[in-house]
Design a protein around this ligand. Structure first.
Ligand SMILES: Nc1nc2c(ncn2[C@@H]2O[C@H](COP(=O)(O)OP(=O)(O)O)[C@@H](O)[C@H]2O)c(=O)[nH]1
Ligand SMILES: [Mg+2]
Length: 178
């Protein structure tokens, strides 16, 4: 007789640009006001930090806070030129893997590499957006890179109660992706 095993916990990454409220969201979801470090300074979160949520003693959800994506325009250019140099067509995850194995993933793009490595290991991700910002090209490039991991991304609009937001533009743009 086979013993009933609980399913593996769902793995959710929290990703996005720096300072969009990723760590704050983790604090809310875990109800732990001491989780990670929250600051208005950029690049406060420098490593992936995981936390497990369970029902009783059974873990059901693993959440991963990640560093902010900072230089997505240059990173997308790098991914494109690496893919062109590969001499064969690569799908999204293969492009990301090629980047992760390249020297720049341990150098200039170390932060972004941590995010992508984590995302590839997750079942889904929350893409946290600062809705006060316009839909800038750096965000379009950021999302193209993240979407290349072929992991479902759920957009989460933050700062929507601010007096001036680009919420409508974000919603319109998000519809073209999701
Ligand atoms: N008013 C407001 N401030 C927020 C919210 N979420 C985050 N912040 C602030 O935004 C800044 C960046 O938050 P943080 O969680 O460190 O962002 P991260 O870099 O994406 O992890 C901090 O000063 C937070 O207090 C929110 O929903 N409302
Ligand atoms: Mg953070």
């Amino acid at each position: 007789m086979t013993e009933h095993m609980p399913p593996d916990p769902l793995r959710i990454a929290v990703v996005g640009h720096t300072n969009t409220g990723k760590t704050s969201l983790l604090r809310t979801l875990t109800r732990d006001s001491h989780f990670g470090e929250v600051s208005s300074r950029p690049s406060t979160t420098r490593h992936v930090e995981g936390v497990s949520l369970g029902i009783g003693a059974t873990p059901v959800l693993s959440l991963f806070d990640t560093p902010g994506m900072e230089d997505s325009i240059a990173l997308l250019e790098t991914l494109d030129s690496q893919a062109a140099g590969a001499g064969r067509r690569l799908d999204g995850p293969a492009r990301v893997q090629q980047f992760l194995q390249s020297p720049v993933a341990a150098g200039r793009f170390e932060q972004e590499a941590k995010v992508l490595r984590q995302l590839l290991q997750c079942d889904a991700a929350l893409y946290v957006i600062d809705a006060r910002d316009p839909v800038l090209s750096k965000y379009r490039d950021e999302l193209e890179i993240l979407a290349g991991c072929a992991v479902p991304l759920l957009p989460l609009l933050n700062f929507v109660s601010d007096a001036r937001t680009s919420e409508a533009a974000w919603r319109g743009w998000a519809c073209t992706w999701w």
